[in-house]
Ligand binder design. Structure first.
Ligand SMILES: Nc1ccn([C@@H]2O[C@H](COP(=O)(O)OP(=O)(O)OP(=O)(O)O)[C@@H](O)[C@H]2O)c(=O)n1
Ligand SMILES: C[C@](O)(CO)[C@H](O)COP(=O)(O)O
Length: 230
């Protein structure tokens, strides 16, 4: 199987303010990162996971995630970089250098710890069907305004054409390599690929794939998932 998932997990979690790197914050006693990696493997479509971890926590992260790998795969843990994009670039370079036959690469935030495995599978299936770049999306529930530096509204985009973008984002391995070698900047990997002129297609995301960013998000996750009642 040539599917490798890169998991940027090296963020400090400043907006969460929990006093430890966000990836290690427990929900129901299980760290967010462990939940994210478990979901990737449970999709049945991921063989290897490469984690970009907080530099001080590489060994601890390896200890808790290595046992999650299937017999045919493995978890590798590296020190992440200063920005999310640096962490992805470090993990991608490792995957392309060290993991033979990497054909499909997913990039999945540790912070999207509750992403259902069927979303992971849908992204991989779409890349394997021939799409170079695939993102899971949700419709936008609120009206969105564009504003200028003074906070004055300059436009109201047509909501019907807007989508909220989640992870995992899936790519043909060579396409993601070109994107990260381009020197361009974007807030997600698909944004880089788009700037190369590559067509990015969408598949349905899921509300459970929300990014845990603030204390409110964590409270929602605890309410929804502790006890795994759903
Ligand atoms: N230098 C960084 C920054 C972020 N990430 C990862 O990128 C994902 C999305 O980032 P975000 O949710 O913004 O996490 P943080 O950067 O930790 O959040 P904050 O900005 O509040 O510190 C997370 O899984 C985070 O660990 C990373 O690997 N390396
Ligand atoms: C990749 C991402 O999760 C897609 O929505 C998002 O862009 C990450 O943003 P962050 O500001 O680095 O958390």
């Amino acid at each position: 199987m040539g599917v490798v998932a890169l998991v940027p997990a090296a963020g400090r979690g400043e907006r969460l303010g929990y006093g430890m790197p966000k990836a290690l914050v427990p929900v129901g006693g299980v760290p967010l990162l462990v939940r994210a990696v478990r979901g990737l493997f449970e999709s049945g479509r991921v063989g290897h996971v490469v984690i970009a971890a907080p530099p001080a926590d590489v060994d601890a992260v390896h200890t808790v995630t290595a046992p999650l790998a299937p017999a045919f795969g493995a978890v590798r843990v590296l020190a992440g970089g200063a920005e999310r994009s640096d962490s992805v670039r470090i993990a991608l370079a490792h995957a392309l250098r060290e993991i033979p036959d990497t054909t499909v690469v997913l990039v999945h935030d540790a912070a999207r710890a509750f992403t259902p495995p069927h979303v992971v599978k849908a992204v991989v299936d779409a890349v394997e069907a021939g799409h170079e770049a695939v993102v899971p999306v949700l419709p936008v529930a609120d009206t969105v305004k564009e504003v200028d530096d003074a906070g004055v509204v300059t436009s109201t985009p047509d909501r019907a054409r807007l989508r909220v973008v989640q992870t995992p984002q899936g790519f043909a391995a060579g396409t993601l390599r070109r994107a990260h070698e381009s020197g361009l900047h974007a807030t997600d990997d698909a944004g880089l690929v788009e700037r190369l002129g590559v067509r990015v297609v969408t598949v349905p995301g899921h509300q459970d794939a929300m990014k845990i960013t603030t204390p409110f998000d964590l409270a929602v996750a605890e309410a929804l998932f502790v006890g795994e009642a759903r």
